[in-house]
Design a protein. Structure first.
Length: 230
């Protein structure tokens, strides 16, 4: 898949130069004339990297960078701030705003491409890490649900099978007790769901002793639930 680079600069000459230099390297270039347009295109295009000028009308590069870095979907997008400012204070201000790199004008091709390649590598690593974390979270939730719900659900199913096998004479005599077992375990399942909903600061515990596999710890939510019902 072709990597997208959003180029934001109010100087049309700089936009054309960047577009020509980067597109010849195989990147898809998305141009924008100012931070306001850049912000709209960032949200719609989801670029892999952003190169933005600092001084621009409507929305400058710093404000644009802040918006990107506080957006849930865009916050890991590598952001290169492009500017003629070159003092140490300017660099510090740019980095503190959230910019990942800082390139001063005039820039040379080699320096620009080195920064771009490094930024895209970091961006790809962050995407891979996020995907692994997402997959791990799903696995942990599945293990938790399987561990917590499987036991009461199994008891319910076995009890219903016992009821199903009873003859007509046995059914009326024994069904009340077995239905009570089903109701009790149904309440256990409902309580597990409530505990999951109450988790505010989830953390993990080992699923099995001496195992790397983990599951959610529901004991804190269980205690809170017990206090509410007492």
């Amino acid at each position: 898949m072709t990597e997208k680079i959003l180029v934001v600069d109010d100087d049309p000459y700089i936009r054309i130069i960047l577009q020509k230099r980067l597109s010849t390297r195989g990147y898809e270039i998305i141009p924008a004339e100012n931070g306001e347009e850049g912000w709209q295109k960032a949200k719609s295009e989801m670029p892999d990297l952003i190169v933005s000028d600092w001084m621009m009308p409507k929305m400058d590069g710093l404000e644009f960078c802040k918006k990107v870095k506080t957006d849930e979907r865009l916050r890991y997008t590598y952001f290169v701030l492009l500017t003629a400012k070159d003092t140490q204070d300017d660099r510090i201000e740019g980095i503190e705003t959230g910019a990942d790199d800082y390139l001063t004008k005039p820039f040379n091709d080699k320096d620009l491409l080195t920064r771009i390649k490094a930024g895209l590598r970091i961006n790809n690593l962050q995407k891979e890490l996020a995907a692994l974390q997402h997959q791990k979270a799903i696995t942990e939730l599945a293990i938790t649900l399987g561990h917590e719900i499987n036991n009461p659900l199994g008891i319910m199913m076995l009890t219903l099978q016992v009821i199903q096998r009873k003859g007509d004479n046995q059914l009326l005599a024994g069904v009340r007790k077995e239905l009570e077992i089903c109701i009790h375990n149904g309440k256990r399942v409902a309580e597990i769901v409530k505990r999951l909903a109450r988790l505010e600061d989830p953390h993990l515990v080992p699923y099995l002793k001496n195992s790397d596999t983990e599951m959610l710890d529901l004991s804190q939510a269980q205690s809170a639930s017990s206090e509410e019902t007492s």
